[in-house]
Design a protein around this ligand. Structure first.
Ligand SMILES: [Ca+2]
Ligand SMILES: [Ca+2]
Ligand SMILES: [Ca+2]
Length: 337
């Protein structure tokens, strides 16, 4: 049995249906339609035409001042989007490396007798027998390995970021630039054992991994902490430092040289070698080929006690990569003496 209320509803709907069908209108119209597809873009790099990258680098028999090994790679953006390119070196392990010499007291292995002599500090009796050793391993050879980075033929002045050795670059993500789809970037790196590396580094070895990462251009968070390698040539490639590179000097600065001798440093922070002439009250000196990141120092002072203060008067370019630094002795009031 249908209730009264339900019956009323059914009737009302029937009536509306009749009303709608009572008049029919025509309208002009047009519809356009296309098939759609959603696909994510890609971020993908290939290195030296390998994707994935399967190379490894082995640098052996390195000696102070001797060999420079290279790790050169060509990075290609094979994805569909521009990508931020980063590089990372991680020193995973360092140790004594070659084991050719056995400590006569502890039987520990060293690379050579000279290395053992330094690291074991042996004591001898009158017959020349080793009586005691005090072993202190010095195997941090990554801190003695000088590192350079060149991108698309431009050497990067890593000294600007306090990076000189592999130890300095270890664990730093470095931003190398943006790579458009299809474009390539040449990244050349050199590894050289420092001229200061003594016998304690004989045969020593470090292992490392080299990683390149590509990120979306709007990704500011994945590698928030990184060093930006600036590829623009600085307007002034020359920096002048006071004693032991502690303080950078600028035009107008006054250096106290009454401590008899004071050291000053010239530092090329540009990409190309430059020529620098330094003038100081009749004295002059020229550095013909000041390499990037190879600071040179000289002693500045006056043993006759006439110069007490030196004004950095001018740092100017003479054009063609030639720079001039003028230093003027001044009195307490900053007036030339
Ligand atoms: Ca890849
Ligand atoms: Ca060793
Ligand atoms: Ca060692």
């Amino acid at each position: 049995m249908i209730s009264k209320k339900a019956l009323f509803s059914v009737l009302l709907i029937g009536l509306i249906g009749v009303a709608a069908g009572a008049g029919t209108f025509a309208y002009f119209s047009d519809t356009e339609q296309a098939d759609g597809m959603f696909q994510a873009g890609t971020i993908d790099i290939a290195i030296n035409d390998q994707n994935p990258w399967m190379e490894s680098f082995e640098m052996i028999d390195m000696k102070p001042c001797k060999t420079t090994e290279e790790a050169n790679v060509e990075l290609t953006n094979v994805g569909t989007n521009p990508a931020l390119i980063y590089k990372h070196i991680d020193v995973t392990d360092y140790n004594t490396g070659l084991e050719r010499f056995e400590c006569p007291v502890t039987n520990e292995m060293f690379s050579s007798e000279p290395e053992w002599t330094i690291e074991a500090n042996p004591q001898f009796d009158e017959e020349g027998n080793v009586t005691n050793v005090d072993i202190n391993r010095i195997d941090d050879i990554h801190n003695q390995t000088e590192y350079t980075l060149t991108i698309d033929g431009q050497q990067i002045p890593l000294c600007l970021f306090d990076i000189e050795t592999v130890g300095d670059v270890d664990c730093n993500w470095m931003f190398l630039g943006v790579l458009e789809p299809g474009d390539s970037m040449m990244v050349n790196q050199t590894y050289k054992l420092s001229a200061d590396a003594g016998n304690e580094y004989q045969g020593d070895q470090f292992n490392f991994t080299m990683t390149f990462k590509a990120l979306q251009t709007n990704d500011e968070t994945t590698l928030e902490d990184h060093v930006v390698v600036d590829l623009t040539e600085p307007e002034v490639p020359l920096k002048l430092y006071d004693t032991d590179k502690e303080t950078e000097l600028e035009v107008g600065d006054i250096v106290d040289v009454d401590e008899f001798w004071d050291r000053m440093w010239l530092h090329n922070v540009g990409f190309e070698p430059i020529k620098v002439n330094v003038y100081a009250n009749g004295w002059s000196s020229t550095w013909d080929n000041l390499e990037p990141c190879k600071p040179v120092g000289w002693a500045l002072g006056d043993d006759q006690g006439v110069w007490e203060l030196i004004l950095v008067e001018e740092i100017i370019s003479n054009g063609n990569g030639e720079w001039q630094v003028t230093l003027t002795p001044v009195d307490d009031n900053g007036q030339p003496v």
